[in-house]
Design a protein around this ligand. Structure first.
Ligand code: PLP
Length: 281
């Protein structure tokens, strides 16, 4: 079951107009929220980022946090699986095609939830393969915009080469992955690029840094050069649906020893324990 503009429907029954500005212009924002044991994970943080994205495109939030919480609880209850991921999507609504914002138009609100399949253990033992590319996206990557064509093309580039993700560089520095954030380990220190307009402020990224802080693991948030990525001891990829994964090959070269390293093992455990605590809490 999905939610569309006030109704809970079967997805086959859901209809939107071809004049929806999401369809015509990609004029909208979205969120992906993991759900563990039927509880949305880091919900307050996801709703805060949603507000940031809406502010970034100058679209009024159609719901209060408590209304969102209610709608998301309903969607989770109506769908199968203890672990799910919610996809929430808001567009500027339906209007005659014109670039200018329409007046007095209600936004389109769509929510669906699907079973969450976390990465298979085999992949966590071998690590994943990545390629790299120039970051050719716009300069507001901090907005979780539904217009994802560059990300789609960059991710497909990886798939075409038998890899899982594309690590992006802009002006000699690493930004993030096509649909993930990237951490770098050098000299036993966890390095994270600073949050700015060139990357999505990942919710998983924040969890990893909080865990590093709480466990006294040496870490630094600073700009990371392409050279530092290519000579890293470890590379870690994070996202809400992939959680935390080791990248063991980049552009056909091994990363460090070419197998998941100690920092990955540590953070994987920390992340799983943190999930358990939030499910109980
Ligand atoms: N960066 C991009 C471009 C993404 O699309 C995503 C998530 O899909 C992330 C980073 C990771 O963000 P989060 O940890 O909030 O899922």
């Amino acid at each position: 079951m999905i939610y569309l503009n006030g109704d809970f429907l079967r997805i086959e029954e859901a209809r939107i107009s071809v004049l929806d500005r999401g369809f015509i212009f990609g004029d909208g924002v979205y969120e992906v929220i993991p759900v563990y044991s039927r509880k949305p994970f880091r919900l307050a943080e996801h709703l805060r980022r949603l507000q940031h994205s809406l502010d970034g495109i100058r679209l009024q939030n159609p719901h209060s946090d408590s209304e969102w919480t209610y709608l998301l609880e309903q969607i989770v209850a109506l769908n199968e699986g203890e672990d799910q991921y919610i996809y929430l999507h808001i567009t500027r609504g339906v209007a005659r095609r014109d670039h200018a914002f329409p007046q007095g138009v209600a936004p389109t609100v769509f929510i669906m939830s699907n079973p969450l399949l976390t990465p298979p253990p085999g992949l966590l033992h071998t690590g994943v393969v990545a390629i790299s590319a120039a970051d050719n996206r716009w300069l507001r990557c901090d907005i979780k915009a539904i217009s994802l064509l560059p990300n789609v093309l960059l991710r497909q580039m990886a798939i075409d080469e038998g890899a899982l993700e594309t690590v992006l560089f802009r002006d000699g520095f690493m930004t993030e992955g096509a649909a993930s954030n990237i951490f770098v380990v050098r000299n036993g220190i966890l390095l994270a690029p600073p949050k700015n307009h060139l990357m999505l402020p990942g919710i998983t990224y924040d969890v990893v840094l909080e865990l590093a802080q709480a466990s006294g693991i040496p870490h630094e948030v600073r700009a990371i050069t392409e050279h530092e990525v290519r000579t890293a001891e470890e590379l870690l990829l994070t996202s809400s649906t992939k959680e935390i994964m080791p990248i063991t090959r980049l552009d056909n070269q091994p990363v460090g020893e070419g197998k998941p390293g100690k920092m990955f093992a540590l953070f994987y455990q920390l992340y799983q324990s943190y999930k358990q605590t939030t499910m109980r809490g």
